[in-house]
Design a protein around this ligand. Sequence first.
Ligand code: SER
Length: 347
Amino acid sequence: MKTCDQIRREFIEFFEGKDHTAVSSAPVVPMDDPTLMFTNAGMNQFKDIFLGTGSRSFCRAVDSQKCIRVSGKHNDLEEVGRDTYHHTFFEMLGNWSFGDYFKREAIARAWELLTEVWGLPKDRMYATAFEGSKKEGLEPDDEASELWKGVTDIDPSHVLWGGKEDNFWEMGAIGPCGPCSEIHIDLTPDGSGRDLVNAGDPRVIEVWNLVFMQYNRDESGKLTPLSAKHIDTGMGLERIVAVLQGKYSNYDTDLFAPLMDHIAELTGKKYRGKVGKGAEIDNGFRVVADHARMLAFAIADGAKPSNDGRGYVLRRILRRAARFGRQHLDLHEPFIYELVPSVAETM
Ligand code: SER
């Protein structure tokens, strides 16, 4: 079985082999962007390139970016713990083209990595393309839909259309944006998951989002074409690790196992991996594990719990972890700090 470290490394090496420059993750606390409370995507550190206000010495990049999604446009907090595949803190594997290759190469490379290098079953993969939006004056992305059928050997009936919510990616209320193609994998035992694409079911999950950056949305909501077209992709490391390790839940992978074991040790309780009704203890494990990672990274990158703004988000997460610990895991003394060595060891 591949380890999480190996999977992260293979992603980066795959794109390095295709002339991408490997860059470091930016901090989770954005250094220079008042529109963002936390880094919410790999593309944040490249926003200036998309907007044409900055440049780099390279036109292709690859990285694994630390992300936090608990405020603003991308906020997954309510899902965390209740399901097995949303996180407040996660790593996003991504590759970028800055005015260099566009849809054709992005689609072909994603398919090559998933199906040729990692050997994921082609008949279990679905790809989506943007169906357009009359309200925004945006046409359907026929080009992406056709490229999926032309440059990959995906089953053509597995190329689906999706609406603005899933297939038009925006960094925030304002900023760079564009239509996207998502790649989903069907993990149902009998391959019957077609209708579960984008239905919030853990058996059919989105693993990779390929964004075709073409516009900037301004304060008035207007879309203006960017001066060049760019590629911005993002794949949740925790999810792809679960898929490649044959696990249904991100919490069953080696990215979480030491932390889950540590929580079991602290509480004397057992994690059974249940979701839904009667899964309070398991929810407690997942919330505490997720929030311990988020807090450790946010504080290490310079944020502090406080009464307002970013600090208040941290305080709420800290309280939420403490509450789940108290209510579901019988933890009545401070305990989150004890988990930090397990986070550090894995990450
Ligand atoms: N920016 C896109 C996302 O976050 C792709 O990286 O999904």
